[in-house]
Ligand binder design. Structure first.
Ligand SMILES: *Cc1c(COP(=O)(O)O)cnc(C)c1O
Length: 799
């Protein structure tokens, strides 16, 4: 352990020799990273042990957050910051001629998630620990996280991600706590002592081995646990072909599914889901038995949260444990289960609502299937009492119908709380998508607007801004982010605003340097950095953005009187490997970039950049340097968004639709400090339901649209042949499902307005300041406090 720089240096050198078997002179940067990482992990250990001890003895209610994704990113700086060690370590390393920043760059991102949903889980872990809540995560230790994206000739190529190649310094393998998860086989039903019992036999077992990560709170003694399960062969395989068995077993935790909305029915995916859930539930029950004992009181001591429906089998699995292992009656088990489990819905896109064919589900999980069937039967009986004779209604709401299991229905029936992730989204669930269920269980529904940890996304990612804020309002905002509202006092303070602008310039310079390094392009940091970074998806409408860039280019070429402040449009986005249309849009962005960037008549004013392999560590550099944040999803389709909040907290101004959390951002920043455009959700939903939209009319009546649409297919882009026909067709032949053409006019108008306002720097800086000032509400600390109070009923520990 070390308390000052000299001790740190001494320990570091000793540790380096011990761990790497090398002298300092021979050692590499990776050795330094590895040594430092291990020192920091050991530093955390004492508090980790103490926290666990406290949880064992104090019997506080605990929450377990089950999620198929945790998009953690890097942990070194995060841990140093939370432990308050940044200064000591930085200076100690400097003395040894080592740059801390360079060591941080060696750490691979733990990219165990696709996007917002997985990143939310990671932010929640940080907030739980930082607020001293007894809250833990349960996930899967995928050997390969989300694929690494390379762009070759404008096309996305996916490479397997290798975050474990050099080991992960933060994890602790706990082989002693392994759990065997059974699949396949058959269920024997017998009478034993006058009671019906179920035995799951002839199973194929997979061993789930926990790897625990310590989650240290920000300058507190709480260290919670994120438990990631690794799939390994059972030590007693009954199979002949050991190699096949080993390969099949390990495949369960080999890959993260790179699909963040579509769920293609893969057995392996279902196996992953049950693997996570069974190992987690049984390890929760195991430690509960040791600590408290009486399972009838489970829901008073434990809350289990499921992040979307991927872990929904927690419901039948908990039932199974209580029925088959604890010998409880159905009614008792059910009562306990629905008082323990709560559920967050993340989307209303129908393609993302999970359904499993019975023919796949039943053989893989025979006992679980029986329980789901029983839950369904009882639920349908309840429906029959409510809606006697209305078969259609019952069929629509059933958990199993048409040989499919509807996971969202199971979650709605088997939990005590269902929350949406932004006010609009929750209203849409209540009034439309889940209205049937809302009618029966109105008390279950509630809203919890998403948040982000301001510690990673402001304090760490934007140290200069954090420093300026502290100079202005003191440092209490770090513990109480809602205090950021005090920044509003500087809105007429010319000098403060100027400093704010200097911070932004500095961050833009840093990103510009990265762009130059990666692409060779030179970037004008006086240009507006207009940024859209997020997964590539039709509903997020990167297409609207790039079509508008094409329009600006046409204007610049054709209209010598056209004025615009120089802009750099920056994109970052991964497309799911099987998502053909999304990949076309990536190719289009590159094709436009190629044309626009080369044109010396326009490229002083218009540039397009695509940053490959968008991920958490890159995101940390991007958000602080944005002037404009593009949040332009088709209204009603983005449940919340969290990228929008990261931009806002870093002083970018949003160009956005009235969708997801943008609506609440507008309230918090003030309507004058955000650029809103486009169809409101109600109209989109009305079109979805009743039709009445004809994209072809916009093509015929708006010549800007006609020109860019024609350019997709008329040879405007040399050598592009029929490349962009699918885009053309989706917008015109298939009637533009996401209203890109419908919103084009209002989008280009608001973009022109944003450009004008930017020329009035004082006004722009004021708007930027008001965004930061309004962003405190979007700290995940606020979100977690709401979950803790309204859903989980847990309390923070005191020190
Ligand atoms: C925040 C974040 C997201 C989510 O962004 P949205 O704009 O809300 O879709 C996705 N990926 C990464 C790496 C993030 O940090």
């Amino acid at each position: 352990m070390f308390t000052n720089k000299e001790e740190f240096k001494e320990n570091f050198l000793k540790k380096l020799e011990m761990m790497c078997g090398k002298s300092f002179g021979e050692s590499t940067k990776r050795d330094h990273y590895f040594t430092l990482g291990n020192m920091v992990r050991e530093y955390v250990s004492t508090n980790w042990i103490n926290t666990n001890e406290r949880y064992r003895t104090a019997r506080e209610k605990q929450v377990y957050y089950l999620s198929i994704e945790f998009l953690l990113g890097r942990l070194l700086h995060h841990n140093l910051l939370n432990l308050g060690l940044v200064d000591v370590v930085k200076k100690g390393l400097e003395d040894l001629g080592i740059d801390l920043y360079e060591l941080e760059e060696i750490e691979p991102d733990a990219g165990l998630g696709n996007g917002g949903l997985g990143r939310l889980a990671a932010c929640f872990m940080d907030s739980l620990a930082s607020l001293n809540f007894p809250g833990h995560g349960c996930g899967i230790r995928y050997k390969h996280g989300l694929f690494e994206q390379k762009i070759v000739d404008g096309y996305q190529v996916e490479l397997p991600e290798q975050w474990l190649r050099h080991g992960h310094v933060w994890e602790v393998r706990r082989a002693d706590l392994a759990i065997e998860v059974p699949f396949w086989g058959n269920v024997e039903t017998k009478m034993e002592n006058g009671k019906l019992v179920f035995r799951h036999e002839h199973t194929e077992k997979i061993t789930a081995v926990p790897y625990d990560l310590p989650i240290a709170g920000f300058q507190t003694e709480t260290v919670n646990t994120l438990r990631l399960w690794n799939a390994e062969p059972s030590p007693y395989p009954i199979h002949q072909d050991i190699l096949t068995y080993k390969r099949e077993t390990e495949s369960v935790s080999e890959f993260l599914y790179p699909d963040d909305t579509h769920d293609r029915g893969k057995i392996l995916r279902l196996k992953q889901q049950y693997f996570l859930v069974s190992a987690s539930i049984r390890s929760i029950i195991r430690s509960f038995r040791k600590q408290v004992g009486d399972l009838y009181s489970l829901s008073q001591h434990i809350a289990i949260h499921i992040n979307d429906t991927h872990p929904v089998l927690a419901i039948p699995e908990l039932m199974r444990v209580l029925l088959d292992e604890e010998d409880m009656s159905w009614n008792d088990a059910w009562e306990i289960t629905i008082n323990t489990i709560s559920y967050t819905n993340h989307t209303t896109l129908s393609e993302a609502l999970e359904k499993w064919p019975v023919r796949i589900f039943q053989p893989l999980l025979p006992r679980i299937y029986m329980i789901v069937e029983e839950i369904n039967e009882r639920f349908c009986r309840l429906l029959w009492d409510q809606y006697p004779g209305d078969w259609q209604h019952i069929e629509r709401m059933a958990i199993i119908a048409h040989h499919e299991i509807k996971m969202a229905h199971l979650a709605l029936v088997g939990s005590y709380s269902v929350n949406g992730v932004a006010a609009l989204h929750t209203e849409i669930l209540k009034i439309r998508e889940m209205n049937n269920f809302y009618q029966i269980f109105p008390q279950k529904f509630n809203n919890k607007t998403n948040g982000i940890t301001h510690r990673r996304w402001l304090l760490k990612a934007n140290p200069l801004l954090a420093k300026l804020i502290t100079e202005g309002i003191g440092d209490k905002w770090i513990r109480e982010p809602e205090r950021l509202c005090m920044l509003a006092q500087f809105k007429e303070d010319f000098s403060f605003l100027e400093q704010l602008s200097r911070v932004k310039q500095h961050n833009k310079r840093r990103l510009a340097d990265r762009i130059t390094m990666q692409t060779g392009m030179s970037i004008n940091t006086e240009s507006i950095f207009d940024i859209q970074v997020k997964r590539l998806h039709a509903y997020k409408r990167q297409l609207l953005n790039i079509l508008h860039v094409m329009y600006l280019y046409n204007r610049l070429k054709e209209d010598s009187t056209f004025q615009m402040h120089p802009r750099t449009f920056i994109f970052g986005a991964k497309a799911s490997p099987g998502y053909y249309y999304a990949k076309k849009i990536i190719k289009l962005i590159h094709t436009v970039a190629d044309k626009v960037n080369k044109d010396v008549r326009t490229n002083e004013r218009l540039k397009v950049v695509f940053l490959e392999n968008y991920r958490v560590s890159l995101a940390e550099e991007i958000f602080p340097s944005a002037d404009i944040s593009e949040q332009i999803s088709t209204a009603s389709k983005e449940a919340s968004g969290t990228g929008n909040m990261k931009f806002m907290m870093n002083g970018a101004i949003t160009v956005g639709t009235l969708d997801g959390a943008n609506i609440e951002m507008k309230e918090k920043a003030g309507a004058d400090n955000i650029f809103i455009f486009g169809l409101p959700a109600e109209q989109v939903l009305n079109y979805d339901q009743n039709g009445g939209y004809h994209s072809m009319e916009y093509y015929y009546h708006d010549k800007r649209i006609r020109q860019v649409m024609d350019q997709l297919t008329n040879g405007f882009f040399p050598d592009s042949d029929n490349e962009f026909e699918p885009i053309f067709d989706s917008l015109l032949i298939e009637n533009d499902q996401y209203f890109v053409l419908r919103d084009f006019d209002s989008y280009s108008a608001i973009q022109a307005q944003a450009g004008k306002v930017y020329e009035n720097q004082n006004q722009w800086r004021k708007m930027s300041l008001m965004n930061i000032a309004g962003s405190g509400y979007f700290s995940s600390d606020r979100t977690i406090k709401e979950y803790a109070k309204d859903i989980w009923n847990i309390n923070p520990g005191h020190y």
